[in-house]
Design a protein around this ligand. Sequence first.
Ligand code: TYD
Ligand code: MG
Length: 456
Amino acid sequence: MKTMANKAQKYVCQACGAMFSKWMGQCDICKGWNCVEEELQNSHSASPQTIVPEHFFEKISESYKQHATTSRHETEMGEINRVLGGGFVDGSVILLGGNPGIGKSTLLMQLLSEIRGIEHCIYISAEESTKQVSMRAQRLKVTNDNLRIASSSNIHQILLALSEIKHNSIVVIDSIQTISSDLIQSPPGSISQVRFCTQELVNFAKTNDVVVIIVGHVTKDGAIAGPKTLEHMVDCVLYFEGDKAYDYRILRCEKNRYGSTDEIGVFSMTTEGLREVANPSSAFLSEYDNNVSGVAVFSGIEGTRPILSEIQALVSNTSNPAPRRSAIGFDPYRLSMLVAVLSNRCKLNFANKDVYLNVAGGLKITEPAIDLAVVAAIVSSAFHRPLPQGAVFFGEVSLSGEIRQSHLSYSRIKEAQKLGFSEVICSYKTEDFDKNEKIRLRKIKSIREILGILNK
Ligand code: TYD
Ligand code: MG
């Protein structure tokens, strides 16, 4: 019967991790094509001698006392502390995903270089030789004496080498797709290998109370390659994003067991590594020209921090019966919806127009308050007339065309004022604030009013 059970789990979807008893061209679960592969596994499941220790259960009050001293390791990089909700927690496992060449290895090397008060800082690369790692470290002017590097792709060798490492240490594994175990017969990067190696690293982190940071490759769609369960196994999932055409890199948190997930960290890639961007708003607006049609400035909130960004739209004629609605840094479905609201409520004809939208600087914006800036940029491009100088926008647009209130309005307005903007165009429900402020609020109720504010 046991052999039958092993046979039954032979085919695994490399995209979603579903298991099948026979090979199939399309995965039944995620509907992906050509992703179901045979995976041979050694039956190494010898029955373990399970022992329950004397103090298996802890009294909660005693547990509190015992763990009261758990502190966070703050790094010298304020942007990383912000994203993690105040630094690394001992015994936690962090997964860092991102496109190749975006700067994951650079970020982690810098992080280890700039962290203080940690006994062991260890960087293990399975992708590069120690020579390559040290060349990068030299370029980044790493001086931390506690930092040690190694190159290995064997998980058992790595864990054996790490067995002496106990709490107050950080270990980086670069990357999970390139390390493997010889107990599993499938190749490195396959679902079984990735799952097994991650589990081993999680066990190590929890038993030795060590922070483990694992680098993960991403698939074409931007998700971390490997089973989705990988994200459930770790404590924190970070993504390092950005457009390679720009220098800006954004560290975003997808999951965090020890803090909130809505803060972002902003960096810029320089010839000497990553620099923290202290004032993201002025960075994202550095090339903003307020005399061009199709450009609107959006006052957004990322986590608790207001960030101004430039929204660019282009409306162009097309003879295509199905005109394009395409967006970078914004949800294309939401773009189609806003175009439909504009056609319906403002009686504008987009039937023979392509609409393109771009959020400058490689930012990705998901909060609905961006709607008003998107609509303003589209209208401005459609009429070839710029929006008023010194104006910023925020507000959600409902299907009826009404402009809805957004949270943290006051922070958005203050940020716009700080950067020298003179007017805020927002929902009629936005609360007034100190009349002595130099910035003017122009409150609007419906998207129809946007047509009235275009420059002649
Ligand atoms: P890397 O950290 O190797 O990316 P990843 O690990 O995500 O694949 O970074 C690679 C890119 O970063 C590479 O294109 C060169 C650039 N880079 C700089 O611009 N400045 C630097 O100081 C370093 C170390 C890298
Ligand atoms: Mg790398």
